[in-house]
Design a binder for this molecule. Structure first.
Ligand code: ATP
Length: 271
């Protein structure tokens, strides 16, 4: 079996112009990125640079214009069935209770209801919501809804977890709690994680490796950093380590100019 859970090999993504005319917009260009089984990799880059596009390619939700995606060494065709996703937007069904939301993926897979319920309950307990299974999403706080979504993703026991800014809508304290919970769950199961974020502190605190993308168009990796901070980590405490500060400054040196370019582009687009 391949040592890599997910491989992006020379991926280019060009979106067609809306009128079908012209050359279109190349969001991602010639990008190679490999994530080992059990590795936690974050991708950071300026706003609009192509982070979600890359994640969607890995999920099999979008086809690359050129290049290959491999999952545990096998070419990816269609949806990536070995991956679970967690996106920024709320994905819970408002008409289903918390436990029914966690069960839904298992039911789609054909797990009998009583087993699905027992597994969902176990996951709710792991994320600290054992008592809240019968509540509906609107009866939960933002952090509790995120925990439910996390349980929903992990209940399917994916080998690869794709996360697109999952905690960006949360307040700082809740966010740090959630980040620590994800790290604890990850440490117990050691799945491959591809984590997309704007937030360099979050990327460093959580990851084994941080990949920096250039500003678009034609985004590609421009830096890669091993995060050799000790584990287990508390995301709030790890930020005080001198090595964290050093890594932050090294990565920010690479990221800063791209952020400024990305910001200038957003202003041009808005004009
Ligand atoms: N379906 C599409 N058609 C045309 N252009 C698209 C499409 N999807 C994304 N883009 C463009 O590709 C670029 C990359 O978008 P993407 O959402 O991947 O960036 P991002 O880095 O995730 O952004 P953010 O940081 O704001 O979440 C953007 O300029 C976006 O406008």
């Amino acid at each position: 079996m391949s040592a890599y859970a997910l491989e992006f090999d020379r991926i280019t993504v060009t979106f067609r112009a809306p009128d079908g005319e012209g050359g279109g917009y190349t969001a991602v260009s010639d990008t190679t990125l490999r994530i080992r089984a059990g590795e936690f990799v974050s991708v950071v880059g300026p706003t609009g640079c192509g982070k979600s596009t890359l994640l969607n390619i890995g999920a099999g939700l979008l086809d690359a214009s050129s290049g290959d995606v491999r999952v545990f060494g096998e070419p990816l065709r269609g949806i990536n069935a070995r991956a679970g996703y967690m996106f920024q937007a709320e994905a819970l069904m408002p008409w289903r209770s918390c436990i029914a939301n966690v069960m839904v993926g298992l039911q789609y897979r054909g797990v009998p209801d009583d087993q699905a319920r027992a597994q969902a309950q176990a996951w709710l307990e792991r994320v600290g919501l054992g008592e809240f299974g019968d509540r509906y999403p609107h009866q939960l706080s933002g952090g509790m809804r995120k925990r439910t979504a996390l349980a929903q993703t992990l209940a399917l026991d994916p080998d690869i977890i794709l996360m697109d800014e999952p905690f960006s809508a949360l307040d700082v304290q809740t966010r740090q709690l959630m980040e620590n919970e994800v790290l604890a769950l990850w440490a117990a199961k050691k799945k491959a994680v591809l984590f997309i974020t704007h937030d360099l502190d979050e990327a460093i605190a959580m990851s084994d490796r941080v990949v920096v993308l250039s500003a678009g168009p034609a985004t590609h990796p421009i830096g890669e950093f091993e995060i050799d901070l000790p584990r287990p980590r508390d995301v709030a405490e790890v930020r005080n380590l001198p090595r964290f500060v050093e890594l932050h400054s090294q990565i920010w040196n690479v990221l800063r100019d791209e952020v400024l370019k990305g910001y200038a582009q957003q202003l041009r687009k808005a004009a």
